[in-house]
Design a protein around this ligand. Structure first.
Ligand SMILES: C[C@H](C(=O)O)C(=O)SCCNC(=O)CCNC(=O)[C@H](O)C(C)(C)COP(=O)(O)OP(=O)(O)OC[C@H]1O[C@@H](n2cnc3c(N)ncnc32)[C@H](O)[C@@H]1OP(=O)(O)O
Length: 566
C-alpha cells in the first residue's frame, strides 16, 4: 500500500477515535511518558500488504474491532464458575462480582450438560461435581438470586440441552421482573464442536441444527443483544489440535451456522452479530496472538465476500478466551499461575473481548475460592498494572507476528478447502441441504475425519514430549521442589442427596396436568416444524424439568451414537 493510502486510513482511524468514548484512565507508561492509542507505519512510508493489517476499528479488523482498542473499554473479566447446588454457586458469583469480575459464566454439572435430572440413575455420583446442578427454572432462579439479570452479561456453557436451559434463564429473568428482550449474554449451543471434540450431544446433528435455527430466529427477532452461539475452538484445542486446526475448524463451524441461518431465510446482517466465538490461549505466545488476529481477518473477509454481510457487526468476530487447561500440570502446581498469566497476556495482545483465566489447581479439582481469586487477580494485574490496555494491537507490524498471522491464515484456508471438498463428495451434484461448508462438516463428523486429524496432532505432540523435543517444566524437565500441598475443593455427596430431595418436593408441588399438556404441546411443535422456543418456555414456566423435556425429545428424535473411529 502506498504512503498516501496509509495516511488516508490513519485519518479515518483518527476521526473514529476522536468521536469514540474513552475510559477515564491514565494512558501513560509507568515512567509517565505518553503513548499513542495505536501505532502504524511512519508517515511517508509505504508498506507492502498493509491492507491486510489496516487500522483498529475497520475492515479487515486484524487489529481489533474498535478504534479505541481497550482505551474505550477493557476486555470483560468473565470467570467460568459453578459447583454444587445453585445456592453455593450463587455465593461464588457474588464473590466474583464483588471482586471486580465484569460478567458471569455458568459451568453446569455433567447431568445438566447431558440433559438429565439429578435423580436420574445415570446422574448418580455426578451431581454438582464439575459444575452446578440445574433441574428446573426454580434452580435457575436461585442461581441468580440478588443478581439483577438485566444488569450483568451472563454466559452459559451448555450445548446439547442449550435451548431448554436458555428457556430456564428467560423464566428466571421473568421472575425477577426483567424483560427478557433486554437480556444480554451468550449461550454456547455450538453442537458441531461436540461431535468433533467434546462429545456431549443428545441427538443426531439434524434435530440439533433445527433447534439451533429456532434459537437463532427467536433471539434475532426478540432478544437482539443476546448471542445464541459461542462457536468454540477451546474444546478442539484441548483435545489436541494444532492452533491452525483450532482456528480453521472453529471458523468453519461458524460458517456452518451462517449457512444454517441463510438456509432458513434469515438476514445475515440481522443474525450474524449473534454469533460469537471462543478460543483457547495456549502457551506459544506469538502463535496464539497471530491466531487471534488471523481469526478476525478471515471471518470479516468470508462474511463480506462469501456470505454477503454488509454491516460492521455482522463482519466482526468477537471472542472469549480461556487460558489452556491442558497446559497446566499437577506437578509443581504453583507454576500454573505463571503459565496462565503468559497465556492471558497473549489473549489480551490478540485483542480478546472477554477472558477467563484458569486457577492453579484445575488439574486436580474445581478451583478453591483462593485459587479462583488468584486467577481473577491475574487478569487485574494485567489490566491495571502492565500498560497493555493503553495501545491497540501493539504487536501490529512486527515482522514475526505479521508473518505468523499470514501463515496461520493460509493454513486455515487450506483446511477450509479440505472441508469444502468433503462436502462436495457428500453431495456431488452441488445441492447442499444447508450449505457447502455445512455438508463438509457433517461428512467430517460422520466419517471421523475431524477426530482422526485431532488425534494425529495430539499423538505428534505427545511423541515430541516423550522424546524431550517439547519441554514442560516439572514434567519432563526441572523436576523438583515446588510441591503442592494444595487445599482442594471437594463437593460433598450431600449436595446430590439434597438436590434430589428438593427436586422431589418440587415435582410433588407443581401442577402435573399443566406439565403433561405443556410437554405434549412441545412434542407437537417438534413434529410440525414450528419454532420450539415458545412451547418449551411454556413447559419451563410450569416447572417441567430438564430431564423431562430432553426425554420427550430423545424419544421423538432418538439419540446419536458415534460411528466407531478406529
Ligand atoms: C471449557 C469450558 C467447558 O466446556 O467446560 C467452557 O466451554 S467455558 C466457556 C465460557 N464461555 C464464555 O464465557 C463466553 C463468553 N462470551 C461472551 O461474553 C460474548 O459472547 C463476547 C465474546 C461477545 C463478549 O461479550 P462482552 O459483552 O463481554 O464484550 P463485548 O466485546 O461484546 O463488549 C460489550 C459492549 O461494549 C462494546 N465495546 C467493547 N469495546 C469497545 C470499545 N473499545 N469501544 C466502544 N465499544 C466497545 C461492545 O461493542 C459491546 O457493545 P455492543 O454489544 O452494543 O456491540
Amino acid at each position: 500500500m502506498d504512503a498516501d493510502a496509509i495516511e488516508e486510513g490513519r485519518r479515518r482511524w483518527q476521526a473514529r477515535y476522536d468521536a469514540a468514548r474513552k475510559r477515564d484512565a491514565d494512558f501513560t507508561t509507568l515512567s509517565g511518558d505518553s503513548v499513542e492509542p495505536v501505532y502504524g507505519p511512519r508517515p511517508g512510508d509505504a508498506y507492502d500488504g498493509f491492507e491486510r493489517i489496516g487500522w483498529p476499528g475497520e475492515y479487515p479488523y486484524t487489529r481489533g474491532l474498535h478504534a479505541t482498542g481497550y482505551r474505550g473499554r477493557t476486555w470483560t473479566i468473565r470467570q467460568f464458575a459453578g459447583f454444587g447446588n445453585a445456592e453455593q454457586t450463587n455465593e461464588r458469583y457474588k464473590m466474583i462480582l464483588a471482586n471486580g469480575g465484569g460478567g458471569l459464566s455458568v459451568a453446569f454439572d455433567m447431568p445438566t450438560l447431558m440433559g438429565r435430572d439429578s435423580d436420574d440413575p445415570r446422574s448418580l455420583g455426578e451431581v454438582g461435581h464439575c459444575g452446578v446442578a440445574i433441574d428446573s427454572a426454580a434452580d435457575m432462579e436461585v442461581l441468580f438470586k440478588d443478581i439483577p439479570l438485566g444488569d450483568v452479561t451472563t454466559s452459559m456453557t451448555i450445548s446439547g440441552p442449550a435451548v431448554p436451559v436458555f428457556c430456564m434463564y428467560l423464566v428466571a429473568a421473568e421472575r425477577q421482573g426483567v424483560d427478557p428482550a433486554l437480556l444480554n449474554g451468550t449461550l454456547q449451543t455450538d453442537i458441531f464442536k461436540e461431535y468433533i471434540a467434546q462429545k456431549e450431544w443428545l441427538f443426531e446433528p439434524e434435530p440439533h441444527l433445527r433447534l439451533i435455527g429456532d434459537l437463532m430466529e427467536h433471539c434475532a427477532q426478540k432478544i437482539p443483544a443476546y448471542k445464541p452461539l459461542s462457536v468454540s475452538g477451546y474444546h478442539i484445542r484441548e483435545a489436541g489440535s494444532t492452533a491452525a486446526q483450532e482456528l480453521a475448524y472453529t471458523l468453519a463451524d461458524g460458517f456452518g451456522y451462517v449457512e444454517l441461518g441463510l438456509s432458513r431465510g434469515m438476514d445475515v446482517d440481522v443474525f450474524a452479530p449473534g454469533l460469537s466465538f471462543f478460543f483457547d490461549a495456549h502457551l506459544d505466545f506469538f502463535e496464539e496472538i497471530a491466531k487471534f488476529r488471523a481469526a478476525r481477518r478471515i471471518w470479516a473477509r468470508w462474511m463480506r465476500d462469501v456470505y454477503g454481510a454488509r454491516s460492521d457487526k455482522a463482519q466482526w468476530l468477537r471472542f472469549h478466551t480461556q487460558t489452556a487447561g491442558v497446559s497446566l500440570t499437577a506437578q509443581q502446581p504453583y507454576n500454573n499461575v505463571v503459565r496462565t498469566a503468559v497465556e492471558a497476556l497473549a489473549a489480551v495482545l490478540g485483542g480478546t473481548n472477554s477472558l477467563h483465566t484458569n486457577a492453579l489447581d484445575e488439574t486436580l479439582a474445581l478451583p478453591s475460592e483462593q485459587a479462583a481469586e488468584i486467577a481473577l487477580r491475574t487478569q487485574q494485574v494485567l489490566m491495571e498494572e502492565t500498560g497493555v490496555a493503553n495501545v491497540a494491537d501493539p504487536l501490529g507490524g512486527s515482522w514475526y507476528v505479521e508473518q505468523l498471522t499470514d501463515r496461520i491464515e493460509a493454513d486455515a484456508e487450506k483446511i477450509f478447502e479440505q472441508i469444502r471438498e468433503r462436502g462436495l463428495r457428500a453431495h456431488p451434484d452441488g445441492r447442499h441441504p444447508i450449505g457447502p461448508i455445512t455438508s463438509g462438516i457433517l461428512r467430517g463428523i460422520e466419517d471421523g475425519w475431524f477426530t482422526g486429524e485431532i488425534a494425529e496432532s495430539a499423538f505428534q505432540y505427545q511423541r515430541a514430549l516423550e522424546k524431550g523435543d517439547k519441554r514442560v517444566v516439572g514434567v519432563n524437565v526441572h523436576h523438583g521442589s515446588v510441591t503442592g500441598d494444595l487445599e482442594i475443593l471437594r463437593v460433598s455427596h450431600e449436595v446430590e442427596r439434597d438436590q434430589v430431595r428438593e427436586l422431589g418436593g418440587r415435582r410433588a408441588a407443581r401442577d402435573e396436568t399443566a406439565v403433561r399438556s405443556s410437554l405434549d404441546a412441545m412434542l407437537a411443535a417438534a413434529r410440525d416444524g414450528s419454532n420450539m422456543i415458545g412451547p418449551m418456555l411454556a413447559a419451563v414456566r410450569v416447572e417441567a424439568t430438564l430431564g423431562e423435556i430432553c426425554d420427550v425429545l430423545r424419544e421423538e428424535w432418538g439419540v446419536y451414537t458415534e460411528p466407531p473411529g478406529f
